[in-house]
Design a protein around this ligand. Structure first.
Ligand code: ADP
Ligand code: MG
Length: 226
């Protein structure tokens, strides 16, 4: 099943003097359960693509359908609801709230989505278990290793069972072993039908996915899924 359909997706940044075409007519379809790597050198448009697919930003032109919904026609409020329900985000620096424990970080978006507290905490605990962090629920981020913090952030991203996980350089700050553990978790998520889009600089990790999309100066230079 097609999860995402983007057509001629374009993002221009205009500072008055110069216009940067950060993403230039990107056309792609991503399927349910697909594990996709997005690569390309620094400045090639990877994060810009992440922001467009994640509904964090609005493209200058083009069309974007996620789960059959024309997401560009949604109001800001509808977009927020759509993101909360369908998309999970993972960042290079984990983006955990430092004053909250692991389980509180994972439960927070569930509570924000209106889930009763007991249910949210039960679900958060289950998700932490699934990433191998059952024994670390009450630790603060500062009491966890980088790899463990990233696993908390994955638990947070998947606890509401989204259809799409977007990860922007999730292993950039991790050692090899922790990176492989993160890739293993992503692989397991795709086996459950979740689509994982992982931005990475590392060729070795890109090769472990199902499909590699390479950006160059904002355009899709190659796509092994084609
Ligand atoms: P990557 O993630 O591949 O390193 P980005 O998507 O961050 O690349 O950036 C692509 C291009 O768009 C770069 O030339 C960058 O300088 C430019 N760019 C990104 N974000 C902005 C912004 N908010 N304002 C102006 N230019 C931007
Ligand atoms: Mg980037």
């Amino acid at each position: 099943m097609t999860l995402i359909r983007a057509e001629n997706l374009t993002k221009k940044y205009d500072d008055g003097d110069t216009v940067v075409v950060a993403l230039d007519r990107a056309t792609l379809s991503l399927n349910s359960g697909e594990f996709i790597a997005v690569t390309g050198r620094s400045g090639s448009g990877k994060s810009t693509l992440f922001h467009q697919l994640g509904l964090i930003d609005t493209p200058t032109s083009g069309a974007l359908a996620v789960l059959g919904t024309n997401v560009l026609s949604l109001t800001e409020k509808q977009k927020t609801a759509f993101r909360l329900k369908n998309i999970g985000y993972i960042f290079q620096d984990y983006a955990l709230i430092p004053t909250l424990t692991a389980i509180e970080n994972v439960a927070l978006p569930l509570l924000m989505a209106g889930m009763p507290k007991a249910v949210a905490y039960a679900q958060a605990r289950k998700t932490l278990d699934s990433v191998g962090l059952a024994g670390r629920a009450k630790h603060l981020p500062s009491q966890l290793s980088g790899g463990q913090q990233q696993r908390v952030s994955i638990a947070r991203a998947v606890s509401h069972a989204p259809a799409l996980i977007l990860a922007d350089e999730p292993t950039a700050n991790l050692d090899h072993e922790s990176s492989l553990s993160i890739l293993g978790i992503f692989r397991k998520l795709t086996e459950r039908g979740i689509t994982v889009v992982m931005i990475t600089h590392e060729n070795e990790y890109a090769k472990m996915t199902d499909r590699v999309i390479t950006l160059f100066d904002g355009t899709i230079e190659s796509d092994t899924g084609k």
